[in-house]
Design a protein around this ligand. Structure first.
Ligand code: ADP
Length: 400
């Protein structure tokens, strides 16, 4: 995981030769409680009632069925449904001596929910600051341990709670649940923008309640419009992860607290969840092989060059001047034409890096001595602008 190896070490604060403050490379602030989780994936929807919680629970079980270790965070603190969906009964989350929360395990899934912390099922009306505090507890005070997946069942919409989670939980990606008739592209686009804003890739769209599966003959009939999710995915340019049928068994399984895969294995509904799980894994693999791989280490030389060690032994080097010229932010590149609008003649030749912060798991934001700080450099981009073939500074480097 990004910076994990060196997380405990921090860049020395002492000034290098020349008296200038040495720029810090700030590691992504991975909450320690989430540090052992490989993929943290938000399950989001534009509005309530589209089956986001149902999909989260059953997708978690489908991933488990495929051999992954899976946790589930019910971040829908205003309407927690996971205790019911997963059949927690009267079980509550535990609290360790160190004041950490221990999830409840059902159907092979460790999960946490506000519903596991309260004594009754009364509807929760949290004021926003309290809600936010609760969410931060879920991010920082739950013992998730080592696992392959943590799914986060987000509250519907794109408000502060969602944005905070997207920013703070170190998401690897997000999936958006929609229904065939929910052709409100604007809503999905808003969700997409929210994730883009925090540099979290949308791994795909899942269309839920896609067609009605007849209990007797197993035949599927499109009750609502067909193909809304796929069309939405195409229009937004994100992958389509498949559909889940509208099936009374799915609804009943939620009521009874037994996920479909543990109730009706081999059914169309179960198979649909397994297909989504497989397509999601495939998307994650694709991301990893497309260069989403995080650096093993980033360091700054005494002369201010950025040196990045990538998995597999590859190393890239970057001078501050070239990095500044290759900034792709909206202030430097025209979003519509892709043409550079940065006046390169105004970039000082002796420009230096003042700060580097990890952004999600896909890049870093770099601040420069000319005051520019809006550029996000994806790892792909950094690899493509490698200057290691050119004459470089061989000064001593330090780890972050
Ligand atoms: P959300 O989390 O988006 O608010 P829920 O997961 O709570 O939505 O689902 C809303 C209702 O729809 C629940 O009663 C659930 O059982 C039902 N439901 C969700 N998906 C399906 C489906 N594919 N087939 C049948 N009923 C479904």
């Amino acid at each position: 995981m990004f910076f994990k190896k060196n997380r405990k070490q921090s860049a020395p604060a002492d000034a290098p030769a020349g008296g200038q403050a040495r720029p810090q490379v700030t590691a992504r602030a991975v909450p320690p409680a989430l540090a052992g989780v490989k993929h943290i994936i938000a399950v989001a929807s534009g509005k309530g009632g589209v089956g986001k919680s149902t999909v989260s629970a059953n997708l978690a079980v489908a991933l488990r069925e495929r051999g992954f270790s899976v946790g589930l965070m019910d971040a829908d603190i205003y309407g927690p449904s996971q205790p019911g969906m997963l059949g927690a009964g009267t079980d509550k989350a535990g609290i360790t001596e160190e004041q950490k929360l221990t999830p409840v395990n059902r159907h092979g899934i460790d999960f946490i929910s506000i519903g596991l912390l309260m004594e009754d099922d009364s509807p929760v009306i949290w004021r926003a600051p309290i809600a936010m505090k609760m969410i931060m507890q879920f991010i920082g005070a739950v013992e998730w341990g080592e696992r392959d997946f943590l799914l986060i069942d987000l509250p519907p919409g794109t408000g502060d709670v969602q944005l905070t989670l997207a920013q703070q939980a170190s998401l690897s990606g997000a999936v958006i649940v929609t229904t065939p008739q929910d052709v409100a592209l604007g809503v999905a686009r808003k969700g997409l923008r929210m994730f883009e804003q925090v540099n979290v890739p949308v791994l795909g769209i899942i269309e839920n309640m896609s067609g009605f599966t007849c209990k007797h003959c197993g035949k599927e009939t499109a009750i609502f419009k067909e193909g809304g999710g796929r069309a939405m995915a195409e229009q937004l340019g994100v992958p389509y992860l498949s559909s889940i049928p509208l099936d009374p068994v799915i609804m009943m399984s939620g009521e009874e607290g037994v996920p479909v895969l543990h109730q009706d294995k081999g059914s169309a509904a179960s198979e649909a969840f397994l297909t989504v799980a497989d397509n999601l894994s495939a998307q994650l693999d694709k991301h990893a092989s497309a260069g989403g791989k995080e650096p093993e280490q980033m360091s700054m030389t005494d002369k201010g060059e950025l040196v990045i060690d990538w998995p597999g032994g590859e190393q890239t080097r970057h001078t501050p001047y070239n990095l500044r010229l290759k900034c792709t932010c909206a202030n430097c590149i025209d979003e519509d034409t892709g043409k550079q609008i940065l006046d390169t003649g105004r970039v000082p030749l002796d420009i230096s890096i003042t700060d580097i912060k990890a952004v999600g798991r896909y890049g870093v934001s770099i601040s420069f001595s000319d005051g520019h700080s809006t550029g996000i450099y994806t790892f792909d981009h950094l690899r493509s602008i490698d200057e290691s073939g050119q004459q470089g500074d061989k000064g001593q480097s330090f780890s972050v």
